[in-house]
Every structure is written in C-alpha cells, then in structure tokens.
Design a protein around this ligand. Structure first.
Ligand code: SF4
Length: 290
C-alpha cells in the first residue's frame, strides 16, 4: 500500500479495496474477503492531502473500486478538490457501470481528464465469464462499456492475453472494431506470473513466443482499421519487429527489471522489460542487435 506519492513515478495509485466481484483466473492480486473499505478510505484521504499538485496521473485501483459504491463518488470528489489538473485512471471490471445513474454520478464526480481501464477477456461470453470467474461478468461489463461511452468517458480496453483467449485475438479485434468502436484504445497485455496466474498456470499460462504471430494479426488489423492499439508488458525481443511501434513501457517503475543479458541489447531503452514480481521469466529473451 502506498504511503506517499512520488512525482517521478509512473505508478501513483490509491489502492481502495482488496475485494472484488470477479475472480479472474490470472488475477495478480487475488481478491480478499477483508472488510477494508472504511480503513483504506481514511488512509487514502490522508494520502490525498499530501499529494503534489503537479501529479500527472493518479490511479484508483483494487480489487474492484466500484465496490465502494457512494464512497467512490466521494473519493473522486476529494481527488478533484486536491488535484484539479491530474488525470484520473480508474481500473475496474466495469460491471457496476451497468447502472446508468451510478455511471453518471461517477463521471460527474471525476470531471474532465478521467479515463477507465476495463478488461475484455473474449468476444465469446462463455470464455469471458470463465476467465472472469463470474457468470454475469460479460453482460454487465458490456452494458457498463456502453453506459460509460454514453457518459463520454475515455475507455481503455484491456485484453490480458492467455491460453483461453489467444487463438481468438483476431476475432476479438474485429468484434471491438464492430461493436466497441468508441473505445479510446485497446491494450493487449502480457501476463504477470504471480498470484492466481501461478495457481492456474495449467489453464491460463501461454508463452508470448507462442501467441506473438496471432497477436500481430490482431494488432495489424486494428491499426489498418485506424483504431488505436497498444501492446503492454511484452519485451521487444519477443515481438515481431513491425509490432514494436505499438509496444509501450508499461510496467510500473517499482516492479520492472532487466536481465544481465539485456545490457547487450540495442533496444533496452525502448523496451518495457520484465516484471520483477513474476515467478519465472518469459521464454526466449535474447538481446537484439540493430
Ligand atoms: S533482451 Fe532485454 S532489453 Fe532487449 S528486448 Fe529483450 S527484454 Fe528487452
């Protein structure tokens, strides 16, 4: 849990609860049943008062932040009072936004410069629900996405690539193009090997080497359709060269690491590196020579 903000960090966030109404197979921070909302709220309000006004981005994360209900709205109002210029990034499974009135209240409290990151596990509802660990997840998240779009919020759609969805990536890209054209951008994300992704490795783990050609197909199609698309958390040496322009330095500064062999790599400065928190590294890491 954060106790102060670092103006030089790319990862300033308020952790608002460990609870979640999904139970995603690859969750890096498995949800807890602790009654933590009140105590974390008080902690976060104190933290906010010490926040530097120049903070560029503030994350709100969990668990599932919308489980705060009305307290999320109050928290957003406080953030706006303390940090009027800061971008707010809310990470949510999107299910609570099926409620139109709640969606409007959240958006009103957050004001301008607000975006929401929502996971999209599959265009096929059965797979989405299986990965999210809830039979209601797909319907509620889809309704939530439309309500957020209607409220004019910027949406980052987050696709964590795994064994259960990677073969469908091109179909997911087409689905997003046809059904969710309002999203601001789509991020295809490599998995962090920690938490439930370790426990469920048999079901969920797949190496980037295996899915890179299929990921490329999805990314290139979206780019052809002039949709904004990005790749997070996958080192450049595991991606086809023409995917490099889409790869972002997405790993939080406090948990990024490079291997000793990365010192011989010509693209280290542009690479996202690896999760220091992952229990084992991706296969096939090798220095690139330009
Ligand atoms: S060798 Fe290291 S720095 Fe180079 S692309 Fe791979 S992970 Fe990145």
């Amino acid at each position: 849990m954060r106790t102060e903000f670092d103006i030089n960090s790319n990862d300033n966030a308020l952790f608002v609860t460990a609870q979640c109404n999904n139970h995603c197979l690859m969750c890096c921070q498995p949800p807890g049943k602790v009654d933590d909302i009140e105590s974390l709220y008080e902690h976060n309000i104190q933290l906010l008062y010490s926040a530097p006004k120049e903070l560029k981005v503030l994350g709100i994360t969990g668990g599932e932040p919308t489980l705060l209900g009305g307290k999320l709205i109050t928290l957003l109002q406080e953030v706006r009072k303390c940090l009027p210029e800061t971008a707010i990034q809310l990470l949510s499974n999107g299910r609570a936004f099926k409620d139109t009135a709640f969606t409007r209240e959240v958006c009103q409290a957050a004001g301008e410069n607000f975006f929401v990151g929502i996971p999209f596990h599959s265009d096929y509802s059965g797979d989405h629900n299986l990965i999210a660990g809830s039979k209601h997840a797909y319907d509620e998240t889809m309704t939530g996405l439309y309500n957020l779009a209607d409220a004019g919020v910027e949406i980052e759609l987050r696709v964590v690539v795994n064994k259960l969805n990677y073969t469908r990536l091109p179909r997911m890209a087409e689905y997003i193009f046809k059904n969710l054209p309002f999203v601001a951008w789509t991020a295809f994300m490599g998995m962090e090997r920690v938490g439930l992704s370790v426990k469920n490795a048999e079901k969920i783990w797949v190496e980037p080497n295996e899915y890179a050609p299929i990921l490329r197909e999805a990314v290139m199609a979206m780019d052809d359709w002039r949709m904004d698309v990005a790749i997070y958390n996958i080192p450049l040496c595991l991606l086809p060269h023409d995917c490099w322009p889409f790869a972002k330095q997405s790993i939080s500064d406090w948990k990024v690491k490079f291997l000793a062999i990365c010192n011989d790599c010509d693209v280290k400065e542009m690479c996202c590196g690896l999760f220091s928190t992952s229990k084992c590294k991706f296969q096939g890491i090798k220095p690139m020579n330009l």
